[in-house]
Design a protein around this ligand. Structure first.
Ligand code: SAM
Length: 268
């Protein structure tokens, strides 16, 4: 297949990418035929996937606003994805213009598009990196320029930890970031679960082994343990729509079907 102008040379055109499949679920244009076919196949097992992704973006919006209201002015967005409507810097700087954001993703399409989006923004930057390599991320130029580790930081991990294959590594990764930031910093996580969808979820899980990012859903107890040593913000570890909904209708909108846990925790 012909390489689209927006796809950097290192992109494998024959292999679905979790970042581009997610872009397709959200109605974006930075995806390839191989991603769209993959997404349609996954939607045969779980037709609610696009709804889940939109619900995840709504949690991103609410939780970033919440952190700004608690005084957070700098954000590290790990596994930030291909830019879409309502990116973290737009939400944070919309509420506090001085807010600073570093985006980190290992997907070249996500990073290339973030670079274009951020060209005129001195308070936001993007880094191409594997977020599990915490030392490199923290030592990088964008983090050095934009994140002051003497001040509280919002460490954002939306829909990314379920691509880390072991509980131990997921916990160690979270801990390493939270160890590097001061008291009063926050961790925000959204994390896929198959507790409510059983075999349908297993089918999707099997499909994702074909992508560059196999999927490792976790249950509520496993997700809670990711925040060990931190103070959970009320209402704790809940399904996406139940975390500080903008309206009661949101909660009734199939809480189980979000198939994703949400949590915000503060470093004491
Ligand atoms: C499902 S998307 C979520 C995007 C965004 N955080 C959101 O919730 O809307 C997951 C993103 O995480 C990225 N990702 C997965 N594993 C990663 C890793 N180890 N390091 C950096 N990025 C990673 C993927 O490339 C993809 O862009």
């Amino acid at each position: 297949m012909e390489r689209p102008t927006w796809a950097p040379g290192e992109v494998d055109l024959e292999r679905p990418s979790a970042a581009r499949v997610y872009d397709y679920y959200l109605g974006g244009y930075h995806n390839l035929a191989v991603d769209r076919e993959f997404a349609e196949q996954a939607m045969l097992a779980m037709p609610e996937l696009p709804l889940i992704m939109r619900t995840n973006r709504a949690f991103l919006r609410r939780s970033v606003r919440h952190l700004v209201s608690r005084g957070i002015r700098q954000f590290l967005d790990l596994g930030s994805g291909i830019p879409t409507v309502g990116n973290v810097h737009e939400i944070a700087q919309g509420a506090a213009p001085e807010a600073r954001v570093v985006y980190v993703d290992k997907d070249p399409v996500a990073v290339a598009h973030s670079q274009v989006m951020l060209e005129a923004n001195d308070n936001a930057a993007v880094l191409l990196a594997d977020m599990r390599d915490v030392e490199s991320v923290l030592a990088s130029a964008p983090v050095a320029q934009l994140i002051d580790t003497d001040e509280p930081v919002g460490v954002l991990m939306f829909a990314v930890l379920h691509f880390v294959d072991s509980d131990e590594l997921a916990r160690a990764t979270v801990r390493a970031y939270m160890d590097a930031v001061p008291s009063g910093s926050y961790l925000v996580v959204s994390h896929g679960t198959h507790e409510y969808v059983g075999e349908r979820g297993k089918q999707v899980e099997r499909l994702y082994t074909r992508t560059d990012n196999p999927f490792f859903p976790r249950n509520q107890a496993q997700v809670s343990r990711l925040a060990e040593g931190l103070e959970l913000v009320e209402p704790g570890v809940v399904h996406l729509p139940s975390w500080h909904p903008d309206s009661p209708e949101e909660v009734e909108d199939h809480p189980e079907r979000s198939s994703t846990y949400a949590m915000v925790a503060r470093k004491p």
